[in-house]
Design a protein around this ligand. Structure first.
Ligand code: F0G
Length: 366
């Protein structure tokens, strides 16, 4: 074989192995057809990272993995569902999409809609969306409507608008969203060789926990996994409708992503918990921030809502048998919420220093 042929073969090989997004990777498992235009930013295929410091804290030979979905193209798991929802909206000839959001859905919807050439309207609770998420929606060119009300009110409004107008709703009531999101469960099974014993996950609207449960079941039914995990869903105390089985009129938490009082996927989330013999539990603001910092010690930066999964694991750890395997889902990137990071860390920050070598080296105790 000539050297040119060898190089060509190598290039082709690389191209074949290149990740081209989760729709291409999991076509067989998704409701798409040859006419579906695939709108992708190469989402999915996110790392599953062993958390050795957390393992030391918990001990008993329990293995802990963090599914870092904050490494998706817009920094959250929403991209998994959005590649599907926007591809299908485009296939169906939609010209515009709308969503209510605590921030991540709006960032993701804006990005994928822009890529598809669709108009995006996002309705958000004014003053309760983290800076990074708002910045994204603006840069990706969505039209932002900030309301004097919470997420639940925003969702009520967009559901009504989408019912009466030719505009596609891309919240997790859109069934394609959950279809895309279930692929995270496939990735976990492929990496671990089976499902974990526990899947710890933050819960807001209950879409993601339902999507994971669907994904785990599909692989189990296709004999790609031997077991099913217990689904462990965590909510913030001030915003825990599923845990306490009541609607919260005024949900509150530092984890603004999951500041939701009346989850739209309530029944599906309860079904996932019950069928899996899992649990819902509330975690306090302090527990969320402690977990947020511990995740930082692993060299990983997630947003506060994501840290609820690790906070929950720490809270429920006694119920875990020795030698178990746990996956905690880190749903969003820490860069989304710089205010929270700057207010909640144990770092030493020297400000207002003179630009002087001896002064600086003295501080460094060199
Ligand atoms: N984690 C993050 C970072 C989120 O943004 C959300 C939801 C969740 C967890 C909860 O997922 O709703 O499927 O139970 N964020 C939505 C949004 C509500 O508008 O971005 P869920």
């Amino acid at each position: 074989m000539s050297i040119i042929n060898k190089i060509q073969k190598k290039i082709n090989g690389t191209q074949q192995n290149e990740w081209t997004g989760l729709i291409n990777a999991y076509k067989k498992f998704l409701p798409i057809n040859s006419k579906t235009p695939i709108i992708t930013l190469k989402e999915g295929n996110t790392p599953l990272i062993r958390a050795s410091k957390l393992e030391k804290i918990i001990g008993r030979n329990i293995q802990i993995f963090l599914k870092y979905d904050g490494l998706n193209p817009t920094g959250s798991f929403k991209d998994r569902g959005m590649t599907m929802a926007i591809s299908k909206a485009k296939e169906e000839g939609s010209k515009a999409v709308v969503c209510a959001s605590t921030g991540n859905t709006s960032a993701s919807a804006a990005a994928y809609a822009r890529r598809a050439g669709l108009k995006a309207y996002v309705v958000i609770p004014d003053g309760y969306v983290a800076q990074g998420k708002l910045a994204q929606a603006l840069v990706y060119g969505a039209e932002v409507l900030a309301i004097k009300g919470n997420f639940d009110k925003a969702l009520e409004i967009v559901q009504s608008i989408a019912n009466d107008n030719p505009i596609t709703l891309v919240n997790s009531v859109n069934p394609y969203r959950l279809q895309g999101q279930k692929t995270a469960a496939f990735e976990i099974i492929e990496k671990l060789g089976d499902a974990p014993d526990w899947l710890c996950i933050p819960v807001g609207n209950g879409g993601n926990i339902s999507a994971y449960w669907m994904g785990f079941n599909e692989y189990y039914n296709k004999k790609k996994a031997k077991t099913l995990p217990k689904m462990m869903g965590y909510q913030a105390f001030g915003s825990a409708p599923l845990v306490f089985d009541k609607i919260y009129e005024s949900p509150e938490t530092i984890a603004t992503a999951i500041r939701i009082g009346n989850p739209v996927n309530w029944e599906k989330a309860v079904k996932a918990k019950e069928e899996s013999c899992g649990n819902f539990e509330a975690v306090t603001e302090t527990e969320i921030i402690e977990a947020y910092k511990l995740i930082g010690h692993e060299g990983i930066f997630c947003e506060p809502a994501s840290a609820a999964s690790v906070a929950g694991l720490l809270k429920n750890q006694k119920e875990l048998p020795n030698n178990s395997k746990v996956v905690c889902v880190l749903t969003g990137n820490g860069l989304k919420d710089p205010d929270c990071a700057i207010k909640n860390n144990d770092a030493i920050f020297h400000s207002n220093l003179n630009p002087d070598i001896s002064e600086i080296s003295k501080i460094m105790s060199l």
